[in-house]
Design a protein around this ligand. Structure first.
Ligand code: CA
Length: 313
């Protein structure tokens, strides 16, 4: 079996890469890029990757259009071979690897921090996205991309926040088409086509404000310091210190005032899951927002990059 192993790798270095920064009108945060790969460098088994165009919208969407030429015998998710007229399914995937956090990500996947996989089987293409979980050393499933398949390729869209891509960022993208299956005569085949890497620029937030303003940062620090003092004092009060109980009441009043100042400077803390759509006249943007993390005495205010709805009117 092993002797029959055939292998062909397309030469990724031959791919030409172009990335352009487009600034259409007022939508300053929209950018685009492209990754070129020759068609014809794979003649069988693995779907042949051609041109890829990526658009990063000012609505924080990451939209990918990859032209793909299916190859025989299975085409796009067709039958690898037939046994007395019964279709033996092929085993193919196309994976878009996104590397955007320097010094992080999956080492086995060239530092990828997120990936999107298309799995074509028969007339259906299954789509998955996942993000690298450094703590557990594996990819964990994320949002399912909005995707479509046409005669000449595929398109998928995810929000930057679903992929974990911050603004600004530089996304290094590689596309890998794989076919690993047996032929009708039982010979194992392992074909691939690799496009890129190419770089997709992601501009800073729409309307600036990449960093929280200094009033907000200072107010956050003050509120957290008071919270830490309350935590220590509450511990002493629990042990029966009457002085600590009196101090606790004063500190809590001070914290109420500090939180009011904090909310004036930063807005109210973001709650619940990130929005997935914006009403007319508004859009989704990624910006630092106030978040209350933890509960009770352990709660603390932090400024996190979040997707939020921003309205201009
Ligand atoms: Ca190709």
């Amino acid at each position: 079996m092993r002797a029959g192993l055939r292998r062909k790798r397309s030469i990724a270095a031959a791919a030409t890469i172009a990335a352009v920064l487009s600034i259409p009108g007022a939508a300053l945060a929209a950018t685009s890029g492209s990754i070129s790969d020759p068609v014809g460098d794979v003649t069988q088994f693995a779907p042949d990757i051609g041109e890829t165009a990526v658009t990063v919208g000012d609505d924080d969407t990451f939209a990918v259009d990859t032209r793909i030429v299916p190859t025989p015998p299975a085409g796009w998710g067709g039958c690898a071979y037939y046994v007395v007229g019964i279709c033996m399914p092929s085993n193919m995937t196309v994976t878009w690897y996104l590397d955007f956090l320097p010094g992080a990500g999956s080492l086995a996947d060239d530092g990828a921090d997120a990936k999107v996989v298309a799995i074509p089987v028969r007339d259906q293409t299954t789509w998955e996205s996942s993000r690298w979980d450094a703590a557990n050393g594996r990819f964990t499933a994320g949002a399912v991309p909005a995707a479509s398949v046409d005669a000449a390729g595929v398109k998928w869209t995810l929000r930057l926040a679903d992929l974990g891509v911050p603004r600004p960022a530089s996304v290094r993208m590689r596309i890998v088409s794989l076919y690993k299956s047996a032929t009708g005569t039982g010979v194992l085949v392992d074909y691939s086509d690799v496009a890129g890497p190419g770089t997709i620029p992601v501009a800073g937030p729409v309307g600036g404000g990449a960093t929280p303003d200094s009033d907000c940062t200072a107010a956050t620090r003050t509120a957290n310091k008071l919270q830490a003092r309350i935590r220590r004092t509450a511990r002493r009060a629990r042990h029966g210190s009457r002085a600590a109980k009196r101090r606790l009441a004063r500190l809590k009043a001070k914290r109420r005032r500090a939180v009011r100042r904090l909310e004036r400077a930063c807005g109210t803390p973001a709650k619940g899951p990130a929005p997935t759509a914006a009403p007319p006249g508004c859009k989704l943007v990624t910006k630092p927002v106030l978040v209350l993390e933890g509960v009770g005495l352990d709660a603390r205010y932090v400024l996190r990059q979040r997707v939020v709805v921003e309205c201009t009117r």
